[in-house]
Design a protein around this ligand. Structure first.
Ligand code: GDP
Length: 203
């Protein structure tokens, strides 16, 4: 498991032209507003306030970049799909997100976050489709699992798999509250970031 030695906020970008240019393998976090994305990133990184939680849903439309252990880039994508988002803002989400997914060469792994209590909707399906089309390895991180009993979780996992047309192996139950799923997600990050580095070393 990766040891979190050092993690810092690098920059916030609203346009592709502003994205940082480096060789670091990048791991992206995507999910609808309020899914628990900020809490999950903070939990993984062992920081209370690296990412601000509970911020006005749907207002942020920039991608925030962080550097982990001086060697892995973490991209926190804007939360999508919140009903109260003004139409103009909502419109600007998908283009930035899809351009990021299609064009970001550093991207080695994406976490699509889904609240275990909700069924995936159009946005999640569209994003999953986009990630697949661009051959980006994707793991579904189920958030807030502490809110359901083990038995109920199992039922939800089946339903979500059915909705998305993916196998259970793609789903990772997590909780920012109990910190469950932390090892599994950090292992995935280490694995995919490591592969990218090996590939670069061979060039
Ligand atoms: P974001 O909008 O996706 O970044 O979501 P936040 O991380 O700000 O979380 C939204 C709300 O869900 C906050 O009130 C959090 O306290 C709560 N929350 C986030 N993760 C968990 C979790 O694992 N368990 C529980 N019970 N609540 C959570």
């Amino acid at each position: 498991m990766i040891k979190i030695k050092d993690v810092y906020f690098l920059k916030s970008c609203g346009k592709i032209s502003e994205f940082p240019e480096y060789e670091y393998p990048e791991v992206a976090f995507l999910g609808r507003s309020n899914v628990g994305k900020s809490s999950l990133i903070n939990m993984l990184m062992n920081r209370k306030r690296l990412v601000k939680t509970g911020s006005s849903p749907g207002v942020t439309k920039t991608i925030n970049f962080f550097i982990l252990n001086g060697s892995i880039s973490i991209a926190d994508l804007p939360g999508f799909g919140y009903a109260n988002v003004r139409r103009g803002l909502k419109k600007s989400f998908m283009p930035l997100m899809s351009r990021y997914i299609a064009g970001r060469k550093n991207l080695v792994l994406a976490f699509l976050l889904i609240d275990i209590r909700r069924l995936p909707e159009r946005h999640e399906k569209e994003i999953l489709h986009l990630l697949g089309k661009n051959r980006i390895p994707t793991a579904i991180a189920l958030t807030k699992c502490d809110k359901l009993s083990r038995g109920k979780q199992a039922g939800r996992i089946k339903d979500i798999c059915g909705e998305l047309g993916v196998g259970q192996g793609a789903l990772f139950p997590t909780s920012a509250k109990t910190r469950s799923g932390r090892k599994e997600l950090l292992d995935l990050i280490a694995d995919y970031a490591g592969r990218r580095r090996e590939a670069l070393a061979r060039v």
